[in-house]
Each structure stands twice: as structure tokens, then as C-alpha cells.
Design a protein around this ligand. Sequence first.
Ligand SMILES: Nc1ncnc2c1ncn2[C@@H]1O[C@H](COP(=O)(O)OP(=O)(O)O)[C@@H](O)[C@H]1O
Ligand SMILES: Nc1ccn([C@H]2C[C@H](O)[C@@H](COP(=O)(O)OP(=O)(O)O)O2)c(=O)n1
Length: 231
Amino acid sequence: MENGAAPTAPAVIVAIDGPSGTGKSSTSKAVAAQLGLSYLDTGAQYRAITWWMVTNGIDTDDAQAVAAAADKPEILSGTAPENPTITVDGVDVAAPIRTQEVTSKVSAVSAVPEVRARITELQRAIAASAVTGIVVEGRDIGTTVLPDADLKIFLTASAEARAARRSGELKDADVKATREALIKRDAADSTRKTSPLAKADDAVEVDTTDLTLQQVIECVVSLVEEKRAAR
Ligand SMILES: Nc1ncnc2c1ncn2[C@@H]1O[C@H](COP(=O)(O)OP(=O)(O)O)[C@@H](O)[C@H]1O
Ligand SMILES: Nc1ccn([C@H]2C[C@H](O)[C@@H](COP(=O)(O)OP(=O)(O)O)O2)c(=O)n1
């Protein structure tokens, strides 16, 4: 090493994909915090662009109108795992991107190729600038956004477990209705033409149905540490 500087570990890139309610966000944030890595919630970016379309009166079922507006909003993600942030044109949208309206429209907006191209470019730039590394969670991170990630995880869980977890987060939620909405969104996300929700061939699949969140976090931390030790 020149100037006697301590050797620094190369940045580690972790991709975590899977359907809704499998534990991607909670696991990714905790793993990133524990290992001193950045954290990116790519679902929040798709929700943010969907929020912008809704707020600006764009018909989200009109793919051409969505495509034509795809490069208009400026979407910024703060990647500290203890305090992830998201703004659109300078407005904090952390709360409004979680409404039922945005949730019901996000699959249609995120299926539009121009939207995916725009958001994928943002995601790659954020990953490239993460000094110690990053945990990126979504649907197509291991397959499309970061195919050279050091570690790819694909989380799964039964529809029952996922619906129970999601409805536990929402006041007055009906588990049956939540389960139906979640299955419908997963089907739309898995069958779209452009980079659908899919497990990469080299991803490690973890079924979280009968695991506690803590167990899932420990499992992923061990897998990252194994990868780091092997380099
Ligand atoms: N293994 C688990 N066991 C029980 N609850 C979990 C588990 N993993 C996550 N949760 C809870 O389920 C809900 C959805 O988790 P989240 O991380 O948002 O999933 P995703 O990002 O995959 O949609 C959260 O309330 C979270 O605390
Ligand atoms: N990499 C990604 C991440 C999310 N999306 C789309 C598809 C998802 O239904 C929405 C919302 O994702 P988000 O992770 O916030 O969804 P959850 O409600 O946490 O399951 O965004 C995507 O197309 N590609």
C-alpha cells in the first residue's frame, strides 16, 4: 500500500429480490446497518414515479402517456439504512407513496419499459457510488439491474404468511382482501415483459415462512461474510 494507508475492503454488492411481504425491506435495512453498507429500496423509487404520475393527472393505464412523462420527475433516494429517504422534485414522499392508490397503480407504471430504463439507470449510479457497498432490494436486481452482484438472495414465503405480515402493518386491514391484492400484484410483476420479478439462476433462495425476521437477518449476514472471506 502506498503511503502506508490501511488496505480497504472492496465494496460488496448484495441483491435481495422476492415478492411482496417476504421481508426484503426489513432484512435489507438491518443487514446494511449491521455491515456498514448503504441501502436502496427500489420499490420506493417505482412508487415515487407512480405517485408523480397520479399527482400530475397522468392516466397510469395509458402506457404511452406514462412513457412520455417517464423522464420528468427528479427522484432522489437517501441510502442510510437507519434513515432511508425518498424525494420527488424536492418533496418528501415517504408517506404518500404508501397509499392504497399508489399501491394499486404501481405495477402498471413499473411495467412500462421507459420507466424501467430510467429507474434502472438511477439504481446503477447509486450502487456504483456506494463506497463500502450496498444492499439493493427489489424484483429484478439480481437478474437485470446488478447481474454481477457479489451475493444474490431470493426471499419467498407462503401467501398466507405474507398477507398476515402485510395486514399486520395496516389498520383495519382484512387479511383475505390483502392476500388477494398481494397475489394480483405479484402476478402482474411476474408476468410483465420487461424484467419481471424472477429469481436469478445464481441466487440463494431463502423461504422465510417459518423463520423469524432475526433468523433471516442472521442468515443473510452470514452469507455476506462468507462471500467477503472468499475474496
Ligand atoms: N420472517 C419474518 N417473520 C415475521 N414477520 C416478518 C418477517 N419478515 C418481515 N416481517 C414483517 O412483515 C412485514 C413486511 O416485511 P417487509 O420487509 O416490508 O417485506 P417486503 O419488503 O418483502 O415487502 C413487516 O411488518 C415486517 O416486520
Ligand atoms: N425492482 C423493482 C422493485 C419494485 N417494483 C415494482 C413492483 C412492485 O409491486 C412495486 C412496489 O414495490 P415494493 O417493494 O414497494 O412493494 P411491497 O409493497 O414492499 O411489496 O414496485 C419493480 O417493478 N421492480
